[in-house]
Design a protein around this ligand. Structure first.
Ligand SMILES: Nc1ncnc2c1ncn2[C@@H]1O[C@H](COP(=O)(O)OP(=O)(O)OP(=O)(O)O)[C@@H](O)[C@H]1O
Length: 353
């Protein structure tokens, strides 16, 4: 399987251009002090940055304006625009201000002090499911918000889900909107390539990209958090792509020996090849796995009383302000039930470890 190259037409598709945030050309170091590096990617480096006047810490993402000899300012502005679209959602990292230097645009963002959830996927000691379900719920809240705004993230992976605090474990913040795209503005979106291990089959098959593409990634992330393994990682890129396109995933008892059946059920429903068969973020929020450890609901399945079946791609109503408020969410007449068959359901209580 060969890796497709992005052409300028596909890159342009779905890019946002309007931003409200002023880009200052004043020297950054007059107001801020850089105190270390937090991470780096292909075209950006993220540094820890302290506001001199207040001592407040920010994450400064230095994005290269020229990449591979090409002017990429539009891509950087797009990343800012997506952050603005999602602004004020507690699950999405907040953009504070922006600066411009000769080579970079610098985005000063809210600092997530707890690091990446990736660290908890590769740690010897995995998180308890009660914490994992909380993090997945919050991730779904963020993803749901983006989808409500008509935006798909397209690069969801454990390295792009950060934590506000390490100990006690904080809340999640979604970062890195470089590959995010607006749906439905520039025709069909097909050609975006994320990280091989996390990329959905429709991307490899050059099929339309939809919100369901992000839900595949949520399935991969949940798999990694509960097992500590990457479900599709092969010995090389080709093998990884083959594993993804064949949905070659290990659900053996050995791998899942310490994992609840509800977790397996949740992940199985997301790692399906046909995007239309995956539950939406709102569907996922009603899956019983996510609520079995929720305070006061131990062993109780959620009861979406007025749930309606998914109606071929119909729109979701806005979720309640705080999706952690399970009562509101599930009692909403618009809440849609996760599409599991009754006979698929394990007995509650049996599954909890
Ligand atoms: N707001 C933040 N607070 C703390 N750390 C951050 C923040 N934003 C980013 N980082 C760290 O920097 C890393 C790289 O950030 P980001 O993914 O946005 O850069 P990128 O260059 O777009 O990466 P890639 O090329 O992998 O897509 C993150 O994985 C994270 O570890």
């Amino acid at each position: 399987m060969s890796r497709r190259r992005l052409d300028s037409r596909s890159i342009a598709a779905g890019l946002l251009g309007d931003i409200q945030t002023q880009i200052s050309t004043d020297p950054l170091d007059s107001l801020y002090e850089i105190t270390g590096e937090l991470g780096r990617g292909k075209f950006a480096v993220v540094k820890r940055c302290v506001e001199k006047a207040t001592g407040k810490v920010f994450a400064a993402k230095f994005l290269k304006k020229r990449r591979r000899g090409r002017d990429c300012r539009a891509e950087v502005v797009h990343e800012m625009a997506v952050l603005e679209v999602a602004r004020n959602n507690p699950r999405v990292v907040n953009l504070h201000v922006a600066y411009e230097t000769d080579h970079d645009i610098v985005l000063l963002m809210e600092y997530a002090a707890g690091g990446e959830i990736f660290d908890h996927c590769v740690s010897d000691e995995l998180l308890p499911e009660s914490q994992i379900t909380r993090l997945i719920r919050q991730t779904l809240e963020g993803v749901h918000h983006l989808h409500q705004c008509g935006v798909v993230h397209l690069d969801l992976k454990p390295q792009n889900i950060l934590l506000t605090n390490l100990s006690p474990l904080g809340d999640i913040k979604l970062v890195d909107f470089g590959l995010a795209r607006r749906l439905g503005t520039a025709g069909e979106l097909r050609e975006i390539l994320g990280t091989p291990e996390y990329v959905a089959p429709e991307i490899l098959n050059y099929e339309p990209i939809t919100t369901a593409t992000d839900l595949w990634s949520v399935g991969v992330i949940a798999y990694m958090l509960v097992t500590g393994e990457s479900p599709f990682a092969g010995d090389n890129k080709q093998e990884t792509f083959l594993n993804v396109s064949q949905v070659n995933v290990d659900f053996s008892r050995e791998t899942f020996s310490l994992v609840s059946e509800l977790a397996v059920d949740f992940i199985r429903k997301l790692l399906v090849k046909v995007p239309e068969d995956r539950p939406s973020a709102a569907d996922c929020m009603t899956h019983p796995w996510l609520w079995q450890h929720y305070p006061g609901t131990e062993s109780l399945p959620p009861t979406p009383r007025t749930a309606r079946e998914r109606s071929g791609g119909g729109k979701w109503a806005a979720p309640p302000e705080d999706l952690e408020d399970k009562e509101n969410f599930l009692d909403s007449p618009h809440a849609k039930r996760f599409r599991f068959r009754e006979e698929d359901m394990p007995t509650f209580g049996d599954a909890d470890h």
